[in-house]
Ligand binder design. Structure first.
Ligand code: ADP
Ligand code: MG
Length: 238
């Protein structure tokens, strides 16, 4: 089981409190979407779970383990960045295998993992290309592939589709939903796109100024928002 549990989690940057004591219980295998206005702390919360920022206080558990002060590579999580973070001078295969290479895995192991991920993402025929020889959607798939090769229990996505055009966003949304189905991993996904949130999420977390304003299923938040702030993000009038 890979529940992600945040307990009284706080984060300050110098004198500025950004995350104000978040309690959140994400069940194993769930697709949870964070929404909220720019600057409310969505990325910071994701980075805290990934271990890219250290908590000021509180606790983060992944599975049975308290990972609050555990190194990112030891947490069993992988962050999916936007596709522009690919290395332009490396092939698709090298981009996807780079993280494993850095953590000391041998070529046979890396190739096996990359081939498996490429099959899942339909990138088999493109492994020798450089990023500039790929379409936007293919590039985003490579960015996802870099996480899949690590076979994480928890995927973290920070607005992965925001630099794609509308048509491609819809297509990639479907692919991410399929990926969630196929892998059964816990996924935590930040977006400012309401439709993306409503269609992908098992649960939505509405964040406001570093606090959880409401947490529930899309239907629950749509039918019974606690307040106008929540309905503003979910799209039903109240
Ligand atoms: P969101 O992703 O919801 O737009 P962020 O998590 O990026 O919000 O940022 C939340 C707040 O924390 C913002 O006010 C931002 O300026 C601040 N912040 C984020 N990272 C840092 C940092 N490294 N140093 C100082 N302030 C930061
Ligand atoms: Mg952000």
């Amino acid at each position: 089981m890979t529940d992600v549990v945040l307990t009284k989690l706080k984060k300050s940057f110098g004198p500025i409190d950004v995350i104000h004591g978040v309690d959140l219980d994400i069940k194993s295998g769930e697709f949870v979407v964070f929404v909220g206005p720019s600057g409310c702390g969505k990325s910071t919360l994701l980075r805290l779970i990934a271990g890219l920022e250290e908590a000021t206080s509180g606790k983060i558990s992944i599975g049975e383990q308290d990972v609050t002060y555990v190194e990112p590579a030891e947490r069993g999580v992988a962050m999916v960045f936007q596709s522009y973070a690919l290395y332009p001078h490396m092939t698709v295969r090298e981009n996807m295998g780079f993280g494993l290479k850095m953590t000391g895995h041998d070529t046979a192991f890396i190739n096996e993992r990359v081939n498996k991920a490429a099959e899942i993402l339909k990138l088999d025929a493109l492994l020798d290309r450089k990023p500039k020889q790929l379409s936007g959607g293919q590039r985003q798939r490579v960015a996802i592939g870099r996480s899949i090769v690590r076979e994480p229990k928890v995927f973290l996505f920070d607005e992965p589709l925001s630099n794609l055009d509308a048509e491609l966003r819809v297509q990639m949304r479907l692919e991410i939903a399929k990926l969630h189905n196929d892998l059964g991993a816990t996924m935590i996904y930040v977006t400012h796109d309401q439709v993306e949130a409503m269609t992908l999420a098992d649960k939505i977390v509405v964040l406001r100024a570093g606090r959880v304003e409401q947490y529930g299923s899309p239907l629950h938040l749509y039918n019974d928002p606690d307040n106008q702030f929540v309905s503003g993000f979910i799209g039903s009038p109240k």
